[in-house]
Each structure stands twice: as structure tokens, then as C-alpha cells.
Design a protein around this ligand. Structure first.
Ligand code: PLP
Length: 458
């Protein structure tokens, strides 16, 4: 097993972590209703719950924060961020938001009408929920290879173009207020989308007059994969690839907590001035004035710098290879993972690892609970707990195709020895996998239930 490239940084400040004893982990889990979201972070040893907002900021970002302009309106910080957004994404209009889902909420509030359809490769859970909350129908049209975990397709996040055309013709373009694509595709393994596919998606949406929005959370990681895997982009810089992608879209929404390497923030950007005016009205109602959008001036400065750092090729090489290292090591331990690994996380096929636990007993929940009980590691279930939902027409519960557990890697936070520890815990779970049991839900809200559901072991 080859080591991943050394971290292109050294550690200047540390945050102590420690592993509480097994009996305390058991008590903590019971108290949390076996939901890892309900654990106290101090009881977690290695936290791979998410890569969102959990990255370590650089000295340049911290320095930029000291220059934050906290004026209510027209702060310098806003203009510095506007310049980064314009330079990288090329959109004329943009508003900051407190995080990605706020941008999704605003876009949905303005454009989603009851029973309209919003296609994407795969919507992430917050996008899906924001569309549903307005009565819309999020529709996932990713290529079928995305559901075969062992197929080595270089761009498993691609949208199925013939399916997209068929879908638009079936439901009618007038019932699609906008179309999306998520880069990389978090709900489907953090898999990248090729630039060729983004071009085709853009052409198809535009042929039918449908505005095209990109969920850009992990656009820099996606650009890195394009450079590695798409011949004609090998000699382009990551920034050039990014510019080429966003030229194809009418707008983008982004949780800056991912590839802008900040702890909070997001934005919504677009070309259309009328839409921008409506966005501002909604923003003022829910987030704040258009030049701060629910953030402090210092947060805007951290994003402005982080957006550029996230495009650094040396950093991206370390990051993507760190994920590949974890995936490869876990695979050697006998654990099935989505292949090839995506950018920000590995996705364990809990359904494949625990075939004796039926889908309705949540194999992903069983594995994520075991990871914590065994080694104080927090991952997240991405299977039926997160994605199963009733069909709006029949009421029948539709389950996702895969029962996954995601181990997301915070940016610039954990070292190779932390990852080796995770592998050793997975090895010991593998030995006792037959003894793992499923879970039953004892409480769950209707939308986004995974955040607050409670469980009981079977
Ligand atoms: C692809 C994708 N879209 C949207 C979001 C929502 O972003 P936020 O958590 O900042 O609201 C996330 C967060 O994980 C995501 O991964």
C-alpha cells in the first residue's frame, strides 16, 4: 500500500482529542438514541461525520479574518469575496448566505412551484428537502454505473443524457423551472462529473429553455478529477477548468464549508438580473442584507481567500490521494467501498458488508454505530435512514439503491496515522461482522430525519 503525498503544510496549532473508554462510548450512544448526530463531539475520537465546515483554515485565512469589515452595508469584505467569486465562477450577481442550504432555500422559494420537477444527477439531502418543502419533485438522473460499486467508471457522477432528454420530454420543459447538477456527487459516492457531461447537460437544459444551476460545493475536487481523467484538460490549470465549467451554467449555489475550506458560509450566484432582484428580496427577509447575507465580514474574507486556496493543485493532489489511500487500505481489509474513491470521503457498502441485515433494519446505521462503539469513530449513514421517502403519489416507501456509510475527511485536519487507526478499527469490525445487528427507528421527523431520529438496537 502506497503512502499518500505528505501534507503540503505543517501543524502550527493543535486541538487535543482522546478516546473515551468503551463503557463510556456505550453510555454515550444509548443517551444519543444511537444517532451519531446526537453525540457530544468531545466523546468522539476521530470525527469523519462530515467534511463540511470541519476543515482547518490556513494562516492566510486567519490573517484575512483580522481585516474583516463589519459594516452593515457595502463592507470591503463583501467586495473582496465578490472579486473571488467573479474571477473563479464568472457570475455577475451573487449573494452570500450563511451556508449552502440557505442558498437552496432561496432558490427554491423563488422558482419551485408545487408538482414541478427539478432534475439533477443526484440531489444532496438538503437540496432534495428544500425542493420537497416547496412541493417540488427532485429527480435523480445519474448514470446507472453510479449504483454498481465495483465498476471503475472515471466519472460516476455523470448525468444520464438520454434519460435526461426523455425526462424533459415526458414531464415538459414548462414544468422544470431549473435543472441542476451536483459536482462532485456527494449523495452518490463523492463521484466527479466530466466536463464533457457538464457540457451535454448544459446543452440539453438550454435547448429546452431550462436555466442550469450547479451545486458547486466540491467544484475544485471535481476540477482536479477532470484534469487527471479527461485527456483534453491535462495541461489546463484547475482555475481554467473551473472557469470553463461555470461558463456553461446560469448560476450556482455553494456551501463554502467544503472547497472554500471555511467553517461557515455559502453563496448563490447567477447571471440573470431579475432573478437576482428576487433573490435579494428573499435574502433580506431570511438571511440579511445582500452584502453580508447572514455572515460576519470576517467570514466573507475567509471564504474569499479559501476559494483560491481550494484550487491549489498541490493541496488537491494531497487531498484526493489521502482519500484514495483510505479507500485502498480499507479495501485490503476486506471492506467493500465505492470504487474508484471519490474526492472527499470513502463510502462503505454496508449493505454488502452486512448482508444478514435487511434494508429495513438499516445496515448502514448498524455499521456506523459499530464504528463508534469499537473505536470512537464517527461516520454517517447514507442509506435508508437518510434517503428512504414515501412516493408522493402512492405513499409507498422508496428505498435508495445502496446502503452506505460515508467516512468524510475534513480538509487539512487528520494525518495518515489517524487514517491508519480508522483502518485498524474497520479490520476488527470485519472480524465480528456476523454478530452486528440492525436497528429500529423509535422517533423520526418527516423531512431530513437522519439528523434527529432516534433508534433502538434490534
Ligand atoms: C452536495 C451538497 N450540497 C449541499 C449541501 C448543503 O450545504 P450546507 O451544509 O452548507 O447547508 C451539502 C452539505 O453537505 C452538500 O454536500
Amino acid at each position: 500500500m502506497q503512502n499518500h503525498p505528505p501534507e503540503p503544510f505543517r501543524i502550527k496549532m493543535i486541538e487535543p482529542i482522546h478516546l473515551i473508554p468503551r463503557a463510556e462510548r456505550e453510555a454515550a450512544m444509548k443517551q444519543a438514541g444511537y444517532n451519531l448526530f446526537a453525540l457530544s463531539a468531545e466523546n468522539v475520537y476521530i470525527d469523519l461525520l462530515t467534511d463540511s465546515g470541519t476543515g482547518a483554515m490556513s494562516q492566510s485565512q486567519w490573517a484575512a479574518m483580522m481585516e474583516g469589515d463589519e459594516s452593515y452595508a457595502g463592507a470591503r469584505s463583501f467586495y473582496r469575496l465578490k472579486e473571488s467569486v467573479r474571477d473563479i465562477f464568472g457570475f455577475e450577481y451573487f449573494v452570500p448566505t450563511h451556508q449552502g442550504r440557505a442558498a437552496e432555500n432561496i432558490l427554491s422559494a423563488i422558482l419551485v412551484k408545487p408538482n414541478c420537477y427539478i432534475p439533477s444527477n443526484m440531489h444532496f439531502d438538503t437540496t432534495d428537502a428544500n425542493i420537497r418543502a416547496r412541493g417540488g419533485r427532485p429527480t435523480n438522473l445519474v448514470i446507472k454505473e453510479a449504483f454498481d460499486i465495483s465498476v471503475h467508471h472515471p466519472f460516476k457522477g455523470n448525468m444520464d443524457i438520454p434519460e435526461l432528454r426523455k425526462f424533459i420530454q415526458e414531464v415538459g420543459a414548462k414544468n422544470i423551472p431549473f435543472g441542476c447538477i451536483t459536482i462532485t456527487n456527494n449523495a452518490g459516492g463523492g463521484q466527479p462529473v466530466s466536463l464533457e457531461n457538464i457540457q451535454q447537460v448544459s446543452e440539453n437544459y438550454h435547448e429546452f429553455g431550462i436555466p442550469f444551476f450547479i451545486d458547486a460545493c466540491r467544484y475544485a475536487e471535481n476540477c482536479y478529477f477532470i484534469k487527471q481523467r479527461e485527456e483534453q484538460y491535462k495541461s489546463k490549470s484547475i482555475l481554467e477548468i473551473a472557469r470553463e465549467i461555470f461558463l456553461l451554467a446560469d448560476g450556482a449555489f455553494m456551501s463554502a464549508k467544503k472547497d472554500a475550506i471555511v467553517n461557515i458560509g455559502g453563496f448563490l450566484a447567477m447571471r440573470d438580473e431579475d432573478l437576482y432582484q428576487n433573490v435579494c428580496k428573499e435574502l433580506i427577509l431570511r438571511e440579511g442584507f445582500p452584502t453580508y447575507g447572514g455572515l460576519a465580514g470576517r467570514d466573507l474574507d475567509a471564504i474569499a481567500v479559501g476559494l483560491r486556496e481550494g484550487l491549489d493543485e498541490e493541496y488537491l493532489s494531497y487531498r484526493i490521494n489521502q482519500t484514495a489511500y483510505l479507500a485502498e487500505s480499507v479495501k485490503i481489509a476486506g471492506i467493500p467501498v465505492i470504487e474508484p474513491p471519490g474526492g472527499h470521503a470513502i463510502y462503505i457498502d454496508a449493505g454488502g458488508l452486512l448482508p444478514h441485515i435487511p434494508q429495513m433494519d438499516f445496515p448502514g446505521q448498524a455499521l456506523s454505530a459499530a464504528l463508534y462503539l469499537e473505536g470512537g469513530i464517527r461516520g454517517v449513514e447514507m442509506g435508508s435512514v437518510m434517503f428512504a421517502h414515501p412516493d408522493p403519489d402512492t405513499g409507498e416507501v422508496i428505498s435508495p439503491k445502496l446502503e452506505l456509510v460515508r467516512l468524510a475527511i475534513p480538509r487539512r485536519v487528520y494525518t495518515q496515522s489517524h487514517l491508519d487507526y480508522v483502518v485498524s478499527i474497520l479490520q476488527s469490525i470485519y472480524q465480528k461482522r456476523d454478530a452486528l445487528r440492525g436497528y429500529r427507528i423509535t422517533y423520526a421527523p418527516e423531512l431530513l430525519r437522519h439528523f434527529t431520529a432516534r433508534f433502538e438496537p434490534l
